[in-house]
Design a protein around this ligand. Structure first.
Ligand code: FE2
Length: 192
């Protein structure tokens, strides 16, 4: 039975959030998973609060219009469906969120970022492993259970799956994404 965070430390959707009911349920499932992991890992309330702030912010503008996203974060050089992260981070910063780890977690949650602290890594994994997604339910559930024992191995597995999907899709690999992947594998390619 997980202890609740004190109400002052329990994040929720920001007042400026624009999410459909289905999106809200996704965010709630991500928050539940992150809450369970923080409990298993025994992280302090202040760190748990950072993780949950990022969760509640990451898709807060997922259902805003392209025009609204452009107004909040003009000229963001990513495809339209990836603009909600940078826009939400910009809005959160304007509203007073000053934690670099939280802002980077939100801004890059669709791409990955080599410089992420634990907030970005936790969000990236939980966003993908939450139980509401349809594909590979068992495999993802196993990774979700394993996370508290070995966060780095689970992160590597999630990043690999997402990268393989991206390669198969034929999209170009965004620079932060390949840098993130290289930072995880960490063995430099040595010319022979
Ligand atoms: Fe999400």
């Amino acid at each position: 039975m997980s202890a609740d965070l004190p109400s002052g430390l329990r994040p929720t959707l920001p007042a400026w959030g624009q999410v459909s009911p289905e999106r809200l349920q996704h965010i709630q499932r991500v928050a539940s998973l992150v809450d369970a992991w923080s409990e298993s890992l025994g992280v302090p309330d202040s760190e748990r609060n950072r993780w949950l702030r990022a969760v509640w912010l990451h898709d807060a503008l997922r259902d805003a219009t392209p025009e609204e996203l452009e107004a909040i974060a003009p000229g963001t050089p990513v495809p339209p469906e990836l603009r909600h992260g940078p826009a939400s981070a910009a809005r959160a910063k304007a509203e007073g969120e000053a934690d670099r780890g939280v802002l980077d977690a939100v801004r890059y949650h669709s791409l990955g970022l080599a410089e992420w602290d634990m907030v970005g890594r936790v969000l990236y994994c939980a966003d993908y492993l939450e139980p509401g997604r349809q594909h590979d339910r068992e495999g993802r559930a196993a990774l979700a259970r394993r996370f508290p024992e070995d966060p780095a191995a689970v992160l590597l597995a999630v990043a690999r799956t997402r990268l393989v999907y991206l390669v198969r899709s034929g999209w170009t690999i965004p620079e932060p994404t390949w840098r993130f992947w290289n930072s995880l594998v960490a063995v430099p390619h040595s010319p022979r």
